[in-house]
Design a protein around this ligand. Structure first.
Ligand SMILES: [Zn+2]
Length: 407
């Protein structure tokens, strides 16, 4: 009995080989010449006997595998509910330059994909802030709202702490809806010039600024830290190897950079010290790779919210953990994308976010790019219920901003 099975298996192996050598060479040859005619580089070889394919060496950067899964593909043209994009950079820097895309053109694109409001985080300060608010917020009421930023260039001056605290009041009077903190704080800003000591995230000189935001009802959109892999050696074990290869300055490994955990600990001390200030920890609280830790942070600090920009690649490759996270923290998660004017006009990135949140599609690209820009993985949709979608798309952001923007 077992002999028979063995023989049958061997026979079928032989006959499959036979098929390959007789017909395979011709078929593969045809396929190859077709590919060559289409202008692609020849990547497979046939050996001297005309048997099989041998893969030629291939640079990782040229590898673009196409998924052979035949699974549902849902095209989500518009979000199911009006969207507030809490994380965008749509105004020009410096403000003296013309917008790369006229705001009116952006608004037309926003209408097409159901975005009600863009929260423009990097509005600058002083005169720059006024210019930005005039050009965007006042010209298109309800469609753009703008945040201010600390004046880092003055951080080394005496009297800075009090001045920066007062400056928040002036920014609010000019129309700012919040304060944005870039990862400048903790990773770039140094005392005493480029070789000076890095300024800590919880440095006391910013206390009046955090406090002013709390008493004036301005949320703080905070980006400190970065993906965990940016703090590790850029070697073959690093899951963001290609991304760090393309952007070497995004690596915070070595030198005098603080460890990832130290930055988050300093940030948490700020959250604790300023409990009446609302903080929105951008990029899923800077630790989308560890939703358990983000959940514990949220449990500890009721004054903190998170936002999902540029992290659906992390959320979407742990769909069951993410779905539980969205369910448990549904009142504290805000929609955001990190969009610039070009992304708003192109629209395709938004449709991926919508597909991720709204559908149960499987194994799709998290970015509109032939090679996944952050790392080589694909994502799975969460298929969130409508009640959670409404909160994430706009209700949570409206509560944080203290204003009703959607009709
Ligand atoms: Zn951003």
């Amino acid at each position: 009995m077992s002999d028979l099975h063995t023989r049958q298996r061997r026979d079928s192996t032989v006959s499959r080989r036979g098929w390959l050598s007789a017909a395979g060479a011709g078929l593969i040859g045809t396929a190859l010449s077709g590919t060559a005619a289409a202008g692609h580089t020849r990547r497979t070889d046939i050996d001297a006997q005309g048997r099989g394919n041998r893969a030629a060496p291939l640079a990782l950067s040229e590898f673009e595998p196409k998924s052979m899964l035949h699974v549902a593909e849902t095209h989500v043209a518009r979000a199911r509910f009006p969207v507030i994009d809490f994380h965008s950079h749509v105004s020009p820097r410096p403000t003296s330059t013309q917008p790369s895309v006229p705001p009116a053109e952006m608004v037309r694109s926003m209408d097409a994909i159901n975005i009600r409001t863009m929260v423009n985080l990097t509005g600058g300060s002083g005169g720059d802030l006024v210019t930005t608010i005039t050009r965007f917020d006042r010209a298109f009421p309800g469609r753009f709202v703008t945040m201010t930023e600390p004046t880092w260039t003055r951080a080394g001056e005496s009297g800075y702490a009090a001045w920066q605290g007062d400056e928040i009041g002036r920014a609010k009077a000019a129309g700012a809806v919040g304060l944005k903190i870039l990862k400048t704080l903790g990773l770039y800003l140094r005392d005493g010039g480029p070789t000076g000591k890095l300024v800590r995230v919880d440095d006391e000189r910013f206390d009046p600024m955090w406090e002013a935001c709390g008493s004036l009802g301005l949320p703080v959109a905070m980006h400190v830290g970065d993906p965990e892999a940016f703090f590790l050696p850029v070697d073959r074990f690093n899951e963001r190897y290609e991304e760090l290869g393309a952007h070497p300055d995004w690596s915070f490994y070595g030198k005098d950079f603080p460890a990832f955990a130290d930055i988050l600990a300093a940030r948490d001390r700020v959250f604790a010290r300023h409990s009446k200030t609302t903080f929105v920890a951008l990029h899923v609280g800077h630790w989308s790779e560890n939703l358990k830790a983000v959940g514990e942070m949220l449990d500890k600090f009721p004054n903190v919210r998170v936002e999902i920009a540029a992290r659906i690649g992390e959320l979407g490759r742990q769909p069951r953990t993410s779905a539980r996270f969205f369910d448990k923290y549904q009142d504290r998660i805000l929609f955001g994308t990190d969009a610039d004017p070009r992304t708003v006009l192109a629209q395709d990135m938004y449709r991926i976010y919508y597909r991720f949140l709204e559908t149960e599609d499987e194994y799709f690209d998290y970015a509109p790019s032939p090679i996944p820009p952050q790392g080589r993985w694909r994502i799975y949709g969460l298929g969130l219920p409508e009640s959670i979608l409404r909160k994430v798309y706009h209700e949570n952001a409206e509560r944080v901003l203290g204003v009703k923007l959607t009709g």
